[in-house]
Design a protein around this ligand. Structure first.
Ligand code: ISL
Ligand code: CA
Length: 561
């Protein structure tokens, strides 16, 4: 639709710099490494590159702990490297968006160093200081409060101890954030931001204890006391009005979970807050939404529900037509395990390849802006189950494992948690990208995080020119998506045969109903008899389709009218 803004039909590729490509052999991915692989990124059909934090940072939370918004992490390169990366992206007719981490800074940021220096420092109130801690649980385990010896008060830190929360109640703090974290980069020519933890800026100011979610636990999830709090929409409106509205920019907020009413405030065009957001229904399926490692599993209707919930708010309840809100399509990012392991099947090569392609077919036919995470396009998998816990490097996993081991557990309980960690840990997304079959997968020097053992079988070089590879399936599927934007990117999404636990069948209808497609996906490792809708087969992950039957992990996209 020519009337629609560019970011609705964009395909966005996320780069997590530490593990993308190392250009100088020090074992850490870097900006020049990204520049050297822009043709690969572009070949997928990418319109926008989302760069995860590249800023100066002690890397306690891999860059989501920023010590200077206006400097590049020297391990990733220099400002000249950044300028070149941006220029090379634009040269290829793509745009760049950055990560905007403004709920907290690193404790090494100059603002926090001042704030903690004395109780009467002018920046004391830029962070959240209290005489007493409450029972809030940190997202990274333990208390959400850290005690500071020097000034004998606690500061709030919803994430790591070295990630103090900024105080958004203070207008001077907000101005400083807008100037240094946003304006600086807009002026350099970036096209917007992925807004980290976009629902967390407004804390309920009573700082009261959270109700009990996990009986018997000392710390409890703060829930609505921090999530979509009382002033959150006011803050987003201000940020949009004062900064974002001045540029040709897109924003995508990481919200996670929220009510439909809040969703429509965050991303309805008329509200002027953000363009779209990430909701976690799908990636959290089977888990407690406050603690992913409390995992119970799920069935296919839970998965269908998750996908419905993530996008139904963009359709009018009565007419079924699009309203003025917008949604995202994603199944991986740097915080999530690999989708082929989680939702597909990696037990043999055939199932791995077919289920990776089936998930590609799912993603490229859903409504919203499509996001692909580095390595997803070649079907990278979770780390092997046999890896020792010491191979995991993410602060989230390590703190969780340590907190668990503070109390006695049987060997079975430990083994059970290790299995869940292997299934769901963020580290699964953070192993180096597998470029070829040479040492360290062609990533560069000896990588900071162990490369997945399967790099000789799964890598870009072996897939690039193979017409049957996962990579070429993604390329084709994205091409197909761009050929039929009205139906695939903007179409109405309706789940059919909802109760079926083997087959995910849905239809997509263009807004005015001229064109209709059916997507049929067999989520099992068995052949399934199925009344497959008649029509023109546009795309499938197998070549020898049989009438009335779906082979294991078979998927079809069919134009039905
Ligand atoms: O991955 C999680 C822990 O299991 C989530 O709770 C995650 O921390 C949450 O979605 C916020 O994520 C974002 O902000 C974090 C950072 O660690 C994540 O990498 C980032 O995506 C703090 O900045
Ligand atoms: Ca490097």
């Amino acid at each position: 639709d020519a009337q629609e803004p560019w970011w609705k039909s964009a395909v966005i590729y996320q780069v997590w710099p530490a593990s993308f490509k190392d250009s100088n052999g020090d074992g850490i991915g870097d900006l020049n490494g990204i520049t050297s692989e822009l043709d690969h990124i572009k070949s997928l059909g990418t319109d926008v590159v989302w760069l995860s934090p590249h800023y100066a940072s002690p890397l306690d939370d891999m860059g989501y702990d920023i010590s200077d918004y206006n400097a590049i992490n020297p391990q990733f390169g220099t400002m000249e490297d950044m300028d070149r990366l941006l220029a090379e992206i634009k040269k290829r007719d793509m745009r760049m968006i950055l990560d905007l981490v403004i709920n907290h800074t690193s404790s090494e940021h100059a603002w926090f160093k001042e704030s903690r220096s004395s109780r009467d420092n002018p920046k004391r109130d830029w962070y959240i200081w209290k005489d007493n801690a409450n029972n809030w649980l940190s997202f990274f385990s333990g208390s959400a409060w850290a005690y500071d010896e020097k000034t004998k008060q606690y500061y709030l830190r919803l994430f790591a101890e070295t990630q103090p929360d900024l105080n958004w109640e203070n207008p001077e703090t907000r101005e400083a954030i807008y100037k240094s974290a946003l304006e600086f980069w807009y002026e350099k020519g970036v096209s917007g931001f992925r807004i980290d933890t976009a629902g967390l800026y407004s804390k309920v100011q009573t700082f009261e204890d959270a109700p009990i979610t996990f009986p018997g636990e000392k710390y409890q999830p703060a829930g609505p006391l921090i999530n979509s709090g009382p002033r959150i929409h006011e803050f987003h409106k201000e940020m949009y009005e004062k900064v974002t509205s001045k540029y040709d920019a897109m924003t995508v907020g990481e919200v996670g979970h929220c009510s439909k009413a809040d969703a429509l405030k965050y991303v309805s065009a008329k509200e002027k807050e953000m363009n779209m957001m990430f909701l976690f229904d799908t990636v959290d399926v089977g888990s407690d939404k406050s603690d992913r490692f409390r995992y119970k599993g799920f069935n296919l209707t839970d998965f269908k529900d998750a996908i419905i919930n993530q996008s139904e708010f963009i359709f009018d309840d009565e007419t079924g037509e699009l309203n003025d809100a917008w949604s995202t399509v994603f199944i991986e990012n740097h915080d999530q395990p690999r989708c082929v392991t989680r939702f597909g099947n990696t037990s043999n090569k055939l199932f791995w390849s077919r289920s990776a392609k089936m998930l590609a077919l799912l993603q490229t036919t859903l409504t919203g802006t499509l996001f692909v995470y580095q390595g997803q396009e070649i079907g990278m998998t979770n780390v092997p189950q046999k890896w020792d816990i010491s191979e995991y490097l993410d602060i989230n996993t390590i703190n969780y494992w340590n907190a668990f081991n503070e109390t006695e557990h049987s060997d079975e309980e430990k083994a059970e948690l290790l299995k869940i960690i292997n299934l769901l840990a963020r580290d699964n997304a953070r192993t180096p990208v597998q470029w070829d079959s040479s040492e360290y997968g062609g990533f560069g020097g000896k990588p900071w995080m162990r490369i997945n053992d399967n790099y000789k079988d799964i890598n870009v070089a072996s897939q690039k020119n193979d017409p049957d590879s996962v990579l070429n399936f993604y390329r084709n599927a994205i091409k197909t998506r761009k050929l039929y934007p009205e139906t695939l990117t903007f179409g109405r999404f309706e789940v059919q045969d909802y109760n079926n636990q083997e087959v995910f069948y849905y239809t997509k209808t263009s807004n005015k109903g001229q064109n209709k497609m059916a997507v049929v996906l067999n989520f099992t490792d068995r052949e399934v008899e199925y009344p497959i809708p008649q029509g023109k087969l546009l795309l499938s992950n197998i070549s020898n389709n049989i009438a009335g039957k779906l082979q294991p992990y078979e998927g079809r996209l069919i134009e039905v009218s």
